[in-house]
Ligand binder design. Sequence first.
Ligand code: SF4
Length: 381
Amino acid sequence: MDNVQLKQDIIDYSKEIGIDKIGFASADVFSELKERLRTQQSLGYQSGFEKGSIEERTEPERLLPEAKSIISIALAYPSRIKNAPKSSKDERRGVFCRASWGVDYHVVLREKLEKLNTFIKEKIPGASNKVMVDTGELSDRAVAERAGIGFSGKNTAIITPEFGSYVYLGELITNIPFVPDKPLADGCGSCTKCLDACPTGALVQGGQLNAQKCLAFQTQTKGFLDDEYRSKIGNFIYGFDTCQVVCPYNKNVDFHLHEELEPDPDVAKPKLKPMLRMSNREFKKTFGHIAGSWRGKKPLQRNALIALAHYRDESAVDEIIEVMNNDVRPVIRGTAAWALGKIGTDEAYRAIRKAMTKEEDEQVIVEMEKGLCFQQESSAR
Ligand code: SF4
């Protein structure tokens, strides 16, 4: 079968199975990306979540020795929640970033790519393919850029003309040589909205990300969150969207094309107080199916405490005291103490002082001291 026809058949089939955009790229080495990753590594800009060596991330042949092409796919996801519940004074809510709404996109994309894999193998029985979504070594974004899915914005997201940057990306490496599609021209021009809006200055050198400063990354760490980030994550429980929200290409972009990607309003914007004491079973039942659960419940609970502090939610003081006194995890006890100090009621300060007489963990004691400092600061004003 000639590959031009096969390419067209794959494009047609991709539409049938609900893939919103598809592009074809060569499997040549991603030389420019390799240089960029080396620079990032030397500057300490990597998150630590990256899989594989720089070579594995930039040389498709290391993943599939006979690789000739890479097929890149994109699925559009919603940017607005229908009937979103409101955060009220007595029942404050957090929020997951948009890329964590609905069913975990790894599952949804993998299913589509496996269908594509089967389809190709039925047509070409000797085809050798490898499916990858995000957690694979290859950079989804570099592949999508080369395959003409979108251009790479200064916010490091792939921006499609049709769906903005609200797209999930995945790819399939294959030994079939396809005529590649053309990359799109850069569309950022002189715009710097995302760079200006990033609260931590994580976007550097136009298109480079210092992942260590990125709040999306910081919400996923498991230790104590650095003080400088606590005031900046606001009510985000997982991920951070600002660099996408401010992008003109995302203005009024809101696609609801896939039932699985539709957010459950109470999961995407969860009530904060019930998150503090949820059991592992409750956590799995409520959040287990979304992408934002991959680091377990501790970072989400830590961030929920920070969000309650952000709101200065006095109605949460009793629950936070309970957590500070009884949770076995120092990160949670310490963050609870800090949050109590931030909320700043007399009861909260009394509870910190009392808990401090029994606390043995040094880091938790430091957080308690920070919490009590807020009292001194407010009485000095
Ligand atoms: Fe590019 Fe402006 Fe969008 Fe940033 S906000 S990605 S600079 S268009």
